[in-house]
Design a protein around this ligand. Structure first.
Ligand code: FAD
Length: 511
């Protein structure tokens, strides 16, 4: 029978999702963990838990990876989901917990240029893996006092990361009292959490272009820099610690995690949606699937979006309360002359208007900031053939209430490509070889989201504390993924997968 919880049932509560402890060998023989969703968090949890328990993964899509995806254009596979891999140690830990070694299973190349940033003609700034090179680049671009401001900003970002990582981020629950208890008061005071990110940037930088550049990190979790807390500056530190390209494309990360989990004995069922949880003796005891099966389990980890958790009362958040969606184009182009790096950002003329369009007016920005991934530039020399590109502009998550027309998408595309051209980068997709995605497509792929790609937005200082934790009030039910604590993005989602596996391991006494 499907259980029907209330929303308060689903609030995080460490006390109730625990199972009685079993002795280790009995636990190994008996424990069956069901994972709903094969996004990166579900895969990390599956790979780790399958060493200690029987694991089944149900995935409604045709393959593992969730938002990690690629599109084929003729014989080329082009990444069209996440492209920036940061926080390598989290992935090292994920493979280690699963009995493997990242360096043996996933070839990575560290990028010298983290990202290339463009404004008007001739205005270009690279941030680099070499921190001194970044300081010199900022000096040449915006002057000595802005370079000093940059050094101070990065020190602040690093301190914010150090304060929050152990005390808040790497914790099963997003607990405010826990943070107050664990972090030193002096460090908490320096966090400046009540300032918006934009206000903090305005105090720090005089050059509006640098405010834009660093403000953009708020969009890494689908948020507006004008509404997010200044603590999001920690993303600048995370990126400065290194950006990696996965040789062979990001889908390899998903494939290798899946392979690890299979090697440990996990079973995968693709094209199989969990439609309801099963109730067993007052606990979540498995799930009913779209093909009519009932899969019994001792515990379930839900890796779908928290807004679509099975059996929860379905009152979807208003589009303005969701994180951003995107409009994207994937294509091949002859680009030997294009002065682009692997990751490129072309900034809009009016940053405030861009976020006002998305979050207040609920429409694609009249003047968008355009992200361009030149996949072949992650290696030293561009290939002697058409190159692979993925372009993205931010858009409102209204794909469930608005059907994007071809005309509307074509207008967005013209704006994005015109803006690149203005900055001196003329990319001409090969005719007939361009694929696009809109919030409507993302809403269909990720139920309950309206196309929001990052869970709830990180708007206001309380937002991080409102995210669902790994445990829920429903015994036997755990959550993992980019819409729960500690947040979105591949490393954060992977971290939640690790923490869900740790919680299950502890609760069931698995060894
Ligand atoms: C275009 C784009 C660009 C991005 N760029 C970056 C980037 O550069 N760097 C970065 O770090 N992050 C980036 N992100 C964010 C990152 O991709 C996500 O935060 C992360 O992949 C989310 O992983 P997840 O574990 O939450 O699972 P998801 O990827 O959300 O996958 C969840 C899976 O669960 C399945 N599922 C849901 N409900 C059910 C059900 N009832 N039954 C069965 N299966 C179900 C879904 O089909 C899906 O496969 C980007 C995202 C997008 C879309």
């Amino acid at each position: 029978m499907a259980a029907a919880p209330t929303s308060s049932d689903l609030a995080s509560d460490p006390a109730t999702s625990r199972a009685p402890r079993l002795n280790a060998s009995a636990a190994r023989a008996k424990t069956h963990i069901l994972i709903v969703g094969a996004g990166v968090a579900g895969l990390v949890a599956a790979a780790s838990l399958s060493r200690r328990a029987d694991v089944t993964v149900l995935e409604r899509g045709p393959r593992a990876g969730g938002k990690i995806s690629d599109q084929r254009i003729f014989d080329a596979s082009i990444d069209c989901g996440p492209t920036v891999l940061t926080m390598k140690p989290i992935f090292e830990e994920a493979f280690r917990q699963a009995g493997g070694a990242l360096e043996e299973e996933l070839p990575l190349t560290q990028l010298n240029v983290l990202a290339r940033h463009f404004w008007g003609p001739g205005e270009k700034l690279d941030l680099c893996a070499d921190k001194d090179a970044s300081i010199e680049a900022v000096r040449a671009f915006a002057g000595a006092s802005e370079a000093d401001a940059y050094v101070a900003f990065m020190a602040d970002a690093a301190r914010t990361w150090r304060t929050l990582y152990g005390a808040f981020i790497r914790r099963e629950e997003p607990s405010f009292p826990g943070l107050l208890f664990r972090a030193a008061p002096i460090d908490l005071l320096k966090l400046d959490p009540y300032s918006t990110y934009w206000r903090a940037l305005t105090r720090r930088f005089r050059d509006p272009r640098l405010r834009q550049l660093f403000g953009r990190y708020a969009t890494y979790c689908g948020s507006s820099p004008f509404e997010a807390s200044s603590t999001l500056k920690l993303i600048a530190h995370v990126e400065a610690e290194g950006v990696w390209a996965v040789d062979g494309g990001m889908k390899r990360l998903a494939r290798q995690l899946e392979a690890r989990a299979r090697k440990n004995g996990a079973q995968f069922r693709f094209g199989c949606e969990a439609t309801a949880f099963k109730d067993k003796d007052g606990r979540i005891g498995g799930a009913v699937t779209s093909d009519g099966d009932a899969v019994e389990a001792d515990a379930v980890i839900f890796n779908g979006d928290a807004a679509a958790i099975l059996g929860a009362p379905s009152q979807p958040p208003a589009p303005s309360e969701r994180s951003q969606s995107a409009i994207t184009w994937t294509f091949l182009a002859d680009a030997a002359e294009a002065d682009v790096s692997a990751h490129n950002v072309f900034f809009s003329d009016d940053y405030a208007a861009e976020f006002d369009d998305i979050f207040e007016k609920g429409r694609p920005p009249a003047s968008p900031t355009t992200y361009v991934f030149a996949q072949d530039r992650a290696v030293e020399a561009p290939p002697d053939r058409p190159e692979r590109f993925f372009c993205l502009i931010n858009a409102p998550a209204n794909g469930d209430v608005h059907d994007y027309s071809q005309q509307e998408l074509a207008a967005c595309r013209t704006k994005a490509f015109t803006q690149m051209k203005r900055a001196g980068v003329a990319l001409a997709p090969r005719p007939g070889e361009i694929k696009q995605s809109s919030p409507t497509d993302y809403a269909a792929r990720f139920p309950g989201t309206g196309g929001a790609l990052f869970g709830p937005p990180s708007h206001g200082w309380r937002a991080s504390f409102r995210r669902r934790g790994v445990r829920t009030k429903r015994p036997g039910l755990y959550c993992a993924g980019g819409s729960v604590h500690p947040g979105s993005g591949l490393p954060m989602a992977a971290m939640s997968g690790l923490m869900a596996a740790e919680a299950v391991t502890k609760d069931f006494g698995l060894t």
